[in-house]
Write a protein that binds this ligand. Structure first.
Ligand code: PLP
Length: 412
């Protein structure tokens, strides 16, 4: 279906100073919080308490606030609240209006424009929800929403109808009902805790929930979907990791979009999770002006491997209301995928998906490597654009099958 012309295959981009800078692990600058004692700065509760949530704070911290951001922030409380941890805020380059960190968390007035094809619930989660807070779309697994709060709010959040509780959705997960549903459905062998961010819970509260789900005999596999390792790496304490490892097999999916998010703090937090035996995956969303560039994505996925994280999914941006200014084309996503496969470590290559609008689930989207097939062969191309043929009949029978008359050798 998608026949992309190959962009100068095999030509590796040189390691420019820009790319080099993306590959470095730096710690957060703390520019505005230089006076804060380390003990506070490194305390996740301090970080949460001091989040940037108002226009006044934002204006003080970011004198280069644009009219679009000013207007967006004024209106954010009626749609998706603004909240940014001081740690994550300190990764913003104040001199760059187009800073990729800034674009992800500072509201913009464009968020109030809704295109006709955009939706409040683009993945049709509410229509696949048998009990409040549970989405059962696939036969053997459920999405278990635990809270409507996050450490910081991504402006393109696919769940912005309920997350931050700004638009009057009134989200109330009911753990007893959610757990009862899982218990009553033996086909469910995989429970994905997300939200909102499950790592916002205290260790005790999260452990209580994990224990109750683990007790269900047919639940084999637990997962947490969280951006806290990126927004609030201070939360990844040794105590949290020691608790999580009691609930194996447990995987964690993080969400990182730009190599600059991968700081030394993040690498250390992810390392603690990995040391607890937790396999780590990353989900990225393609976003205009953030990571719609093969060089940026390549630096991201390679840096993720350095953090012991397997790039898992690369998402086409959902059709969430007010996200047009962040949307990239499917063609751009395919170009990025093509720039990865073969050009870098296979483990670094995520699966590009579209979460089908209206509720069809994740659909894999791949560049075309099969050029043609006929009665005799399949013609394929490799990452360099070179053609190869594989002999096989159209119906899949091996082309040079032995003639049927040959007798079976006699068994003695
Ligand atoms: C993404 C998702 C899952 C998990 O899908 P995987 O492909 O197994 O990662 C489960 N349920 C819902 C509703 C989802 O959106």
């Amino acid at each position: 279906m998608f026949k992309e012309t190959l962009s100068e295959a095999g030509e590796e981009p040189p390691l420019s100073p820009f790319l080099k800078s993306l590959k470095q692990f730096r710690s957060a600058g703390r520019s505005f919080w230089a006076d804060v004692p380390d003990a506070d700065w490194n305390n996740w509760r301090w970080q949460l308490k001091h989040r940037i949530t108002s226009l006044t704070q934002l204006q003080r911290l970011l004198p280069t606030l644009t009219p679009e951001e000013h207007g967006g922030t004024l209106l954010a409380d009626t749609k998706l609240a603004m909240a940014i941890t001081p740690y994550f805020f300190s990764l913003i380059d104040p001199g760059d209006e187009n800073c990729p960190i800034r674009r992800q968390v500072i509201p913009r007035i464009e968020e109030t424009h809704t295109a006709p094809w955009e939706m409040k619930d683009p993945c049709g989660e509410d229509s696949h929800s048998p009990v409040p807070g549970l989405v059962h779309r696939y036969p053997d697994r459920v999405l278990f929403l635990v809270t409507d709060r996050c450490a910081s709010y991504c402006r393109y959040c696919t769940r912005s109808r309920l997350v931050s509780n700004a638009s009057g959705y009134d989200f109330h997960p009911e753990f007893d009902k959610q757990i009862a549903y899982v218990r009553e459905h033996p086909a469910i062998r995989d429970v994905l805790l997300s939200g909102g961010d499950p790592l916002l819970f205290s260790d005790e509260k999260l452990e209580h929930l994990l224990r109750r789900i683990r007790e269900i005999p047919h639940v084999e596999f637990l997962r947490l979907g969280t951006r806290i390792p990126i927004f609030l790496p201070q939360r990844i304490t040794p105590e949290l990791c020691a608790m999580l490892k009691r609930y194996h097999p447990l995987f964690v999916s993080v969400h990182s979009n730009h190599p600059r998010e991968l700081t030394t703090e993040v690498r250390e937090g992810l390392g603690r999770l990995a040391d607890a035996g937790i396999p780590l995956g990353n989900q990225s969303v393609l976003l205009r002006g953030v990571n719609d560039d093969p060089i940026v994505v390549r630096a991201l996925v390679q840096k993720l491997l350095m953090c012991r994280v397997k790039p898992y999914y690369l998402y086409q941006c959902d059709l969430i209301a007010g996200s047009a200014h962040l949307r990239t084309s499917v063609r751009k996503g395919l170009e990025i995928m093509q720039s990865l496969r073969g050009h870098t470590t296979g483990y670094a290559v995520p699966q590009f998906v579209i979460d089908a609008p209206g509720g069809g689930g994740k659909v894999p989207i791949n560049p075309e490597y099969v050029i043609s097939r006929n009665e005799e062969r399949v013609i394929i191309r490799n990452f360099e654009g070179k053609m190869f043929e594989y002999p096989e009949a159209l119906d899949g029978t091996p082309l040079f099958a032995p003639p049927k008359e040959i007798e079976e050798p006699e068994l003695v």
